[in-house]
Ligand binder design. Structure first.
Ligand SMILES: NC(=O)c1ccc[n+]([C@@H]2O[C@H](COP(=O)([O-])OP(=O)(O)OC[C@H]3O[C@@H](n4cnc5c(N)ncnc54)[C@H](O)[C@@H]3O)[C@@H](O)[C@H]2O)c1
Length: 259
């Protein structure tokens, strides 16, 4: 019996086998969970996501296309999930987006309105939009996890508008936890250390962030995807039954260092 035996849920955000969502699914599957997946629309996105899910060893995977910026796509995914799988026990929100032209040092002040609102929409609002639809499929309670970063609370050069969106995501996490707790649904966020993924490479100076964290983090290393995978597993399992509304740092301790 694994920690997640008998539990089923949705994992969003697998772009390839470097994605945080990939490592999270790997931990969940190892402990017996049944995972459904979404990918961004488009043949290339589907091929990459399917390739990663195949690598995870999932036979006949449930994979549906979803642009989280579209209410129609969100409605379709959760309606199909309900119709084809019944109730669910967990949700993984591992998506974010901001136009990379504005993720460069010195480019925050001039962020255009549409770039700002899109970053907030895809990277923060969608946690509420998905949580609302997922909660309707959790009659027996459940658990949700999203991914944030230290740039939510400190000004990290180049992280810019994404930091603003992550601050909104962390606040969204708390308000969701407050309301959904009455339905025995727990809502948490992991603040992960830097990891070389497709999205991360869009952040200007990302290589310097990796070098700096490796030198300064108490554990003197950068995280692996599996560190976030196993921490997500904890939050999504019954082991974390008393934990909700939290931001859990999985960053080798970097966030506690003053200098
Ligand atoms: N990599 C890091 O250093 C780091 C650190 C902390 C937090 N995070 C967060 O982890 C999460 C996952 O990112 P990752 O680093 O694994 O990168 P990734 O590029 O592998 O994953 C990002 C995912 O977001 C999806 N996405 C983007 N726009 C979308 C939309 N409109 N609708 C649906 N999906 C959309 C992409 O398809 C992709 O699968 C993000 O929230 C990211 O901000 C990343």
């Amino acid at each position: 019996m694994g920690l997640m035996s008998g539990k089923r849920g949705l994992v969003t955000g697998i772009a390839n086998d470097h994605s945080f969502a990939y490592s999270i699914a790997q931990s969940l599957l190892r402990e017996g969970a049944q995972c459904c997946f979404t990918h961004l629309p488009g043949e290339k996105m589907e091929r990459r996501c399917r390739g990663a899910v195949e690598k995870l060893g999932v036979a006949n995977p449930w994979i549906v296309s979803m642009d989280a910026g579209s209410d129609a796509d969100l409605d379709n995914v959760f309606a199909r999930l309900g119709a084809e799988c019944g109730s669910i026990d967990f949700l993984v929100h591992s998506i974010a987006f901001a136009d990379k032209d504005w993720l460069k040092e010195g480019k925050f002040t001039s962020t255009p309105r549409n770039v700002y609102t899109q970053a907030m929409d895809i990277s923060a609002y969608t946690y509420a939009a998905m949580a609302n639809r997922a909660a309707a499929l959790m009659p027996n309670g459940g658990s949700m996890v999203a991914l944030s970063y230290y740039g939510a609370e400190k000004a990290v050069p180049g992280y810019n508008v994404m930091g603003v969106a992550k601050a909104a995501l962390e606040a969204t996490n708390r308000y969701l936890a407050l309301e959904l707790g009455q339905r025995n649904i727990r809502v948490n966020t992991i603040s992960g250390g830097p990891l070389k993924t497709l999205s991360a490479m869009a952040v200007g100076g990302f290589g310097d962030i990796l070098d700096w964290v490796e030198k300064k983090a108490p554990l003197r290393r950068n995280i692996a995807g599996s560190d976030v995978g196993d921490a997500s597993l904890f939050l999504l399992s019954d082991l974390a039954r008393g934990v909700t509304g939290q931001v859990l740092y999985v960053d080798n301790g970097y966030s506690i260092v003053g200098l």
